[in-house]
Design a protein around this ligand. Structure first.
Ligand SMILES: CC(C)=CCC/C(C)=C/CC/C(C)=C/CC/C(C)=C/COP(=O)(O)O
Length: 289
């Protein structure tokens, strides 16, 4: 039997590589001794694998403790130092996120009652699709451009110019996020939407919902409307968002984030408000014969 190797003070070095032991570049002396101790306690620990573990970065080393023990039924979980226990917290966050996602998928499937003609509320599908068109980008863009061409007051033109800017900003941000997140639409969705662009195969966030939140906030802030009409505007936005889940187009979280994003987009538009004073070129160009 080989006797364990010892350091200059005569302390056993365990199974670790002396070239890396105790060096601050490898995580510091005390941390390394802990690693050596753990390696020698593990069933089946051999000098080669211990050396490999020892050469890992501190970050990898921390993560490898629970994994290393998981494969063996005899391995007792070692008492981790406080700092390593804190490092395990992200897995709780992971579990919480996965649970939220599972609830999201389950709830979205439950609420997708108009996802097909044969669904429980399938007869409501045409009405939901009408709502879908009311929040589509094309009618809003064309409608705004038309009103802008017909507007004969500076004040009206200013508001419409900003609405156009808001709609384009919304299209840009939603396309960007959809392209980055790439979340698939729910499995029960029928892809029969009117005029879509390539990123619309993705579902996060709901573009109809961002537009509904943005446009309704815009209208409430810039049009003088009687109270019942104001309520109607808010209801339209809310029902449009709900209809996205009922049609099976989206999960609940796509719509929830859509409302948030649309609301925030209005704040951006308000902050960057275009006026003859802040963007004179735009207004002069528009008024060219
Ligand atoms: C009409 C004008 C002036 C310009 C056209 C610019 C252009 C290409 C706009 C695209 C509009 C468009 C296709 C928007 C997509 C609407 C849509 C289907 C969004 C998906 O919504 P979601 O709620 O399912 O995410």
């Amino acid at each position: 039997m080989q006797s364990p190797r010892r350091n200059a003070e005569g302390r056993p070095l365990g199974t670790c590589d002396p070239s890396s032991s105790g060096s601050p570049a490898h995580g510091g002396g005390s941390r390394f001794e802990f690693q050596s101790l753990l390696s020698s306690r593990m069933p089946g620990a051999d000098p080669t694998s211990a050396r490999l573990r020892a050469s890992e970065s501190p970050v990898h080393r921390r993560g490898s403790f629970p994994l290393a023990g998981a494969g063996s039924s005899q391995a007792l979980p070692p008492q981790l130092p406080e700092e390593d226990r804190i490092d395990l917290n992200p897995s709780f966050l992971g579990i919480a996120l996965r649970s939220l996602l599972a609830i999201d998928l389950w709830l979205s499937k439950k609420l997708g009652v108009c996802a097909g003609e044969s669904s429980s509320w399938g007869s409501m599908r045409p009405l939901m699709k009408l709502l879908e068109i009311s929040g589509h980008g094309i009618p809003w863009l064309l409608g705004t451009l038309y009103c802008l061409s017909r507007s004969d007051s500076w004040a009206g033109r200013e508001v419409l110019m900003n609405l156009l800017f808001a709609l384009l900003l919304d299209l840009l941000l939603v396309s960007l996020i959809k392209g980055l997140v790439r979340r698939r639409r729910p499995a029960h969705n029928q892809m029969d939407m009117f005029f879509t662009i390539s990123v619309d195969k993705y579902s996060f966030p709901s573009g109809h919902t961002t537009r509904a939140a943005l446009v309704s906030r815009f209208i409430l802030n810039h049009l003088v409307l009687a109270i019942p009409l104001r309520v109607l505007v808010v209801l339209w936005a809310f029902i449009l968002g709900l209809s996205r889940v009922m049609l099976g187009r989206h999960n609940v979280t796509d719509v929830a984030f859509g409302f948030f994003l649309g609301y925030m987009q209005y704040s951006i538009v308000d902050y960057c408000w275009l006026s003859p004073r802040t963007a004179p070129v735009l207004f002069v160009l528009w008024n060219q014969p």
